[in-house]
Design a protein around this ligand. Structure first.
Ligand SMILES: [Zn+2]
Length: 87
């Protein structure tokens, strides 16, 4: 059975709260990674490192989810950042 927790991140620009519903599978396959998000308050696009499981986790409030990357996939973080204009 999946477990979850609500984790609060802070926008790097306006410091408003971005709440992530972090989901993971105890003892199962969990892909670690992060999100590229756009802040709903100031529209800044930024990366947040979420951890496990990046494909099941989602944004609860504060930002729009633009993309996900898997930390263990070669080059995935870089290409996902570039796709959204970071770097
Ligand atoms: Zn912001």
């Amino acid at each position: 059975m999946s477990e979850y927790s609500l984790d609060t991140y802070t926008c790097e620009s306006c410091k408003c709260a971005i709440v992530v519903n972090c989901v993971w599978e105890p003892g199962g396959m969990n892909d670690y990674g992060g999100f590229i998000v756009q802040c709903r308050s100031c529209n800044t696009i930024q990366e947040i490192y979420v951890g496990r499981d990046v494909n099941s986790s989602s944004i609860r409030s504060g930002a729009i989810l633009l993309g996900r990357y898997d930390r263990d996939l070669e080059g995935d973080r870089e290409t996902t950042r570039q796709r959204h204009g970071l770097d």
